[in-house]
Design a protein around this ligand. Structure first.
Ligand SMILES: [Zn+2]
Length: 241
């Protein structure tokens, strides 16, 4: 029976003469693998649906692990992401995080939405990728069940002032007295708060520190390396230097 689903293409590997095996992120069945026949041939009808970052309604036949894509209707190709190196790195980092955090048969609508929104925002403003990536990473961590908390100190309940600490085991910032985890700068804390939708602003220093903290945190929680996120971070650090 056909199975129609909105999905974001996370990655592909070449198989056979002209096929690709695609990893798709779907809302209701999480991450799935699907074979795309003949898409490496010139002029293949479904060639567009095998491109990086393709967001489409895919038509699949078969069962889990044996899906084959038989049709696709494009929602967003995010083609302009490829025309800017910064955007391309940011997008690659986002889909790699999706690939690491999503599981098969685990409803992933929240992660799919966060990724598609981030890719759209990055495509429309290549100069402002960093807040979008950090915002996405915050949403991705929450989806995966380990949200970052930048509210009052979870240990004593007081407003966090003075020195701040971040504990990757709990995903929380702590006050100077409770001091769980490692020291974190005020600018990091303010940026995480702001991009979590808790108000306030942030500066460029806080932004890069927040990106660094989120990479460290996801690596700690997920036990994955996220090389594309590392490359994106290195690029942003080089721009700042
Ligand atoms: Zn405290």
């Amino acid at each position: 029976m056909d199975y129609k689903t909105d999905a974001l293409l996370l990655k592909t590997v070449n198989i056979g003469e002209s096929d690709k095996m695609a990893t798709l992120l779907t809302a209701d069945r999480g991450k799935i693998g699907a074979r795309m026949k003949g898409v490496r041939k010139a002029g293949a009808k479904l060639g567009f649906a095998s491109q990086p970052f393709c967001f489409a309604e895919y038509v699949l036949v078969g069962r889990a692990d044996r899906y084959t894509v038989t049709g696709a209707a494009l929602h967003e190709g995010f083609f302009d992401l490829r025309s800017d190196l910064r955007s391309l790195y940011a997008a690659a980092a986002i889909v790699q995080v999706c690939d690491a955090l999503a599981l098969e048969e685990m409803p992933s609508g929240g992660l799919l939405l966060a990724a598609v929104e981030a890719l759209g925002a990055i495509e429309s403003d290549p100069a402002g990728t960093m807040p979008e990536v950090v915002r996405f990473l915050l949403r991705a961590a929450a989806f995966a069940g380990y949200p970052v908390s930048a509210g009052d100190c979870p240990s004593c309940g007081k407003k966090i002032e003075g020195k701040r600490f971040f504990d990757p085991a709990s995903g929380s910032f702590y006050c100077e007295t409770c001091a769980a985890g490692a020291p974190a700068s005020r600018s990091t804390y303010e940026c995480i708060r702001s991009l979590s939708g808790m108000g306030g602003g942030y500066d460029a220093d806080g932004l890069i520190r927040a990106l660094r903290l989120m990479k460290m945190y996801l690596t700690y929680q997920n036990e994955s390396v996220f090389p594309a996120l590392g490359e994106y971070l290195a690029m942003m650090e080089a721009e700042r230097a």
